[in-house]
Design a protein around this ligand. Structure first.
Ligand code: PDD
Length: 281
């Protein structure tokens, strides 16, 4: 395997950043995960737009023009011979003596790109079975709209899910409403057949997969309501599912050990999953 690190393609096993990197010391950086399908990035343009936004929100400059970044992403995918999988991109505020204040503006941001294959058959088997989620109190900061590498609450919540035999943890705000998963957006399908997901204005990352699912739903003539839903509502829902670049649309069949609907993947999640790549760019 090969990784891209600050201008060089290096063997993955030897790919490293400096101990004084601000990503390492302060989680002072942002990232993107883009699905690779048939050797091509899915929704590259939207992922790049979100990267630019995340960087802007924390005042890190784009380390190279977007076109050049696209070349690096494609080259990393090519060198790793990834047909189906993900490409990961991380930009941090760079290397400087540890000090909370921003380093000198001349400090170049650090860039790392890796690509990794995944097994489509395994993903399909998961989707056919559906996955479980647990619910945990929301304990993240209020800027989760920024795709920062500061993911400790997400890591702890997802590990708790794994220990409980579930795939994902759903964060729940003080009003009992689901915000999102540790690395996915959260959705339900009501008894009336309405697809419901939380508005992206507060409490969640505006998922690219989420945005595309709105378009997929429109194509399938399914109604989407952007509003927060409670755990109780999710437990009474006909279906539930999660979305992310790494899992596309994944049916949720258990919440805190209770079955959702019949406890099997439902037709709406299945249809959205099957149609997704006809709509995604
Ligand atoms: N996670 N919410 C959170 C907290 C996420 O970390 C992610 C993505 C999403 C879904 O966003 P998108 O549809 O753009 O992938 C929502 C990536 C895949 C990860 O951390 O691995």
């Amino acid at each position: 395997r090969i990784a891209y690190v600050n201008g060089l393609y290096v063997p993955h096993a030897e790919a490293a950043v400096h101990v004084e990197d601000r990503g390492y010391q302060f989680a002072d950086g942002v990232y993107e995960v883009c699905e690779v399908r048939g050797g091509k990035m899915v929704d590259e343009r939207r992922h790049m737009q979100r990267l630019v936004r995340s960087l802007g929100e924390i005042h890190i400059r784009l380390p190279m023009p977007l076109a050049a970044l696209g070349v690096v992403l494609r080259e990393t995918i090519r060198r790793n011979r990834v047909r189906d999988g993900i490409v990961y991109l991380q930009v941090t505020r760079g290397v400087a003596r540890r000090d909370h204040y921003f380093p000198d503006p001349s400090t170049p941001p650090s860039i790392v790109v890796t690509a990794r294959a995944s097994d489509p058959a395994r993903a399909e088997a998961s989707a056919a079975q559906g996955v479980g989620v647990i619910t945990v109190p929301e304990n993240r900061w209020d800027r989760v709209d920024i795709k920062t590498v500061g993911l400790l609450p997400n890591v702890l919540a997802k590990e708790q899910a794994k220990t409980a035999g579930a795939r994902e943890a759903w964060f729940v705000d003080k009003e009992g409403r689901v915000t999102e998963g540790g690395s996915t957006n959260a959705w339900i399908v009501t008894a009336e057949g309405r697809i419901v997901t939380r508005p992206a204005e507060a409490g969640i990352l505006r998922g690219i997969t989420r945005t595309v699912v709105f378009e997929v739903a429109e194509k399938l003539q399914l109604r989407v309501e952007e509003r927060a839903f409670t755990v109780a509502e999710a437990l009474a829902a006909r279906e539930a599912f999660i979305t992310a670049a790494s899992t596309v649309v994944m049916p949720v069949v258990r919440i805190d050990g209770h079955p959702v609907g019949e406890g099997r993947p439902g037709p709406v999640a299945r249809a959205l999953r099957e149609t997704f790549h006809q709509v995604a760019e």
